[in-house]
Design a binder for this molecule. Structure first.
Ligand SMILES: [Ca+2]
Ligand SMILES: [Ca+2]
Length: 198
């Protein structure tokens, strides 16, 4: 019986240290630096699909960021297909004013995204780059995507199964990001729109 208890404690220590390594100190609270145009919004709840999220890695414009499997599995996720109108760095920032989730993670995938292979085809992953424990990709991350290609933004929670792992969220995007299928135009600001109707 004692040996069994020691084994359990050892297992708990291993699990605890894995989590501690995954959650680094939150030193970033990024806010938008570019003009924002779009919003990717949704809600995570019992109707959402689930997957086993990853963590870590760096930025890989070749869709090959080397990430690790999280010990936490089965989180709800929201999925968005995006395109870019130019090759400038993009921003994707979870909006604290419109997000009820406590701790998000966000991953950019190249096309395709397969929830069954969440560690493949990744441009970049972020945990706490935004306000508090919310996620953000900002200009300083240097994420420059290729116009004409499709990418997938996956928004999920750090944990799974807690009350605060469900709720509404919104991701503000820089104005060179559009959802797939919407018309990407360089004339997407008020001055040029007014010029069209002048
Ligand atoms: Ca987070
Ligand atoms: Ca933060």
């Amino acid at each position: 019986m004692k040996v069994f208890n020691v084994l359990i404690i050892a297992l708990m220590l291993v699990a605890g240290s894995a989590l501690a390594g995954e959650k680094v100190a939150d030193t970033q609270n990024a806010v938008p630096t570019l003009s924002t145009l779009g919003v990717l919004s949704g809600t995570l709840d019992e109707n959402s699909p689930t997957y086993n999220r990853i963590f870590g890695g760096s930025v890989s414009l070749e869709c090959a960021s080397e990430v690790s499997d999280s010990s936490i599995d089965g989180m709800y996720f929201g999925l968005f297909c995006i395109e870019v109108s130019n090759s400038d760095p993009i921003e994707l920032i979870v909006d604290p004013a419109a997000t009820l989730l406590n701790d998000t993670v966000m991953t950019i995938y190249c096309d395709p995204f397969d929830p069954g292979a969440p560690d493949a085809n990744i441009v970049s992953y972020d945990d706490d780059g935004g306000e508090g424990l919310l996620s953000a990709f900002v200009v300083a991350d240097g994420i420059t995507l290729t116009p004409g290609n499709m990418y997938y933004v996956v928004l999920s929670t750090f944990g799974a199964g807690d009350d605060d792992d469900m709720g509404a969220f919104a991701i503000n995007t820089s104005d060179n990001v559009t959802e797939c299928g919407t018309v990407a135009t360089e004339a997407s600001n008020w001055d040029s729109l007014k010029a069209i109707y002048r």
